[in-house]
Ligand binder design. Structure first.
Ligand code: FDA
Length: 394
């Protein structure tokens, strides 16, 4: 039986950050990782360059049953703090778009930085150690991982969510949380392509076409819209605008797409006055990729020049282009989801320390918790911030 002050389950973004902080405080830390090397999701992130944070990160960029939960950790460890760390390690980076920061070189630099932050004398990162059982007796956690037993008075769940099972991702964190009586908010795929069925299937013929759009979904406080690119695929819709809106979409709901920033009910009436000889297809072709323009024109069906089209039909066409309704029949699931929405309920955890209220000594951080960020470096910022909040409290 190997004894430690803290055992962290999972050497991903949150687990490694937490280990670094705890190790720097002088605690003896074991990080148990089932894969053959640490930080595998970091390595594939951002197309291999890791979009490691977002300069705009704030609590408003996260979804959770309790949107206030993440505020404290995010305010105590900000994007600026992580950027300072990256600079101290002399890792070159750049802003790509919308505040998203990427390594100039490789995501490997971020994994190496996290490992370098873990003091060698205090932190053991043990790979090929799949945790299969945890017991809690007499204030000690006993952890079984690949035939070896480890024990400690404190245990941190940092095993992430089930997105990308091909990489070994599972719902292990949720099983463990349930074993300790903690509630789990129903997990579902997020930042995921949407699939189209019914009449929308016809749009699949546009596979490969991309266009800047505004995508909208949800209602009330859960309403959201994102102005970014959308991509038609052979199964439905993808691209950043769609991945973002997928986190707000619920099965059975519609999403609305605004194909042109200037489109509204009066847009085509204005064009009729200025260009009476123009028609809808030529106008759409002027603004959108030809295949998309033709598909929209075919479906709206106003083939004659504007001067011959009644205003009410132009109003209706303008309104459609401003809010085209799709009814996705599903998503591409955890196999293609960048993250998982839901997870260990924040109601069970302290927002200051990430410790379970019912089980002193048990903590949960990162994607395992019901806090999910937008696309664009926000999910790593949550992993860093929750890892630091926990690591400092251990
Ligand atoms: P993470 O999944 O990183 O780590 C959990 C670790 O626990 C894994 O190493 C796993 O092997 C281990 N584990 C699981 N079960 C275990 C068990 N039973 N025993 C031992 N170990 C176990 N976000 C972002 O902000 N910017 C980006 O650029 C990207 N890009 C991106 C691309 C792709 C393709 C994906 C799938 C995801 C992203 N993300 C992202 C999301 C980001 O990767 C994710 O939010 C973080 O990795 C979550 O960090 P965690 O440490 O919580 O889990």
């Amino acid at each position: 039986m190997e004894k430690y002050d803290v055992i962290i389950l999972g050497a991903g973004a949150a687990g490694l950050m937490c280990a670094a902080r705890a190790g720097q405080k002088g605690l003896r830390v074991a990080v148990l990782e089932k894969a053959e090397k640490p930080g595998k999701k970091i390595l594939i992130s951002g197309g291999g360059r890791c979009n490691f944070t977002n300069v705009n990160a704030g609590a408003g960029n996260f979804l959770s049953d309790n949107p206030h939960f993440a505020k404290s950790a995010l305010a105590r460890y900000t994007a600026r703090d992580f950027i300072d760390l990256v600079k101290r390690h002399e890792i070159a980076f750049h802003e790509k778009t919308l505040g998203q920061l990427f390594c100039d070189g490789s995501a490997m630099q971020i994994v190496q930085m996290l490992l370098d932050e873990c003091p060698e004398e205090n932190v053991d990162v043990i790979c090929d150690a799949e945790v299969t059982a945890v017991e809690h007796k007499g204030g000690q956690f006993a952890v079984m991982a690949s035939e070896q037993m480890y024990s400690s008075p404190k245990l941190v769940i940092a095993t992430g969510g089930p997105s990308i099972p091909k990489m070994g991702a599972t719902g292990f964190a949720y099983d463990l949380a349930r074993q300790f009586g903690l509630k789990v908010v129903e997990p579902r795929p997020a930042l995921v392509p949407l699939t189209l069925g019914g009449d929308d299937v016809l749009f699949r013929e546009l596979s490969g076409v991309s266009a800047p759009v505004t995508a909208r979904a949800g209602a009330g406080k859960k309403k959201a819209e994102f102005a970014e690119a959308a991509l038609f695929t052979h199964r439905g819709l993808s691209g950043p605008a769609i991945l973002q809106i997928s986190s707000y979409w619920r099965s059975g709901e519609e999403i609305g797409i605004k194909f042109l920033p200037e489109a509204d009910a009066e847009w085509l009436i204005g064009l009729k006055k200025d260009y009476p000889r123009a028609n809808l297809r030529t106008v759409l072709r002027h603004h959108l990729p030809d295949r998309l323009a033709d598909a929209l024109a075919d479906r709206i069906g106003l083939e004659t020049e504007f001067s011959n089209v009644p205003d009410k039909d132009l109003r209706s066409a303008g309104a459609q282009l401003a809010d085209w309704r799709f009814s996705p029949n599903g998503t591409e699931g955890f196999a293609k989801a960048e993250v998982t929405i839901g997870g260990i309920s924040t109601a069970e955890l302290s927002s200051q320390t990430m410790e379970a209220k019912k089980v002193p000594g048990l903590y949960a951080i990162g994607e395992a918790v019901d806090v999910t960020g937008w696309l664009g470096g926000y999910n790593f910022q949550w992993a860093w911030a929750s890892g630091v909040a926990c690591g400092e409290a251990l």
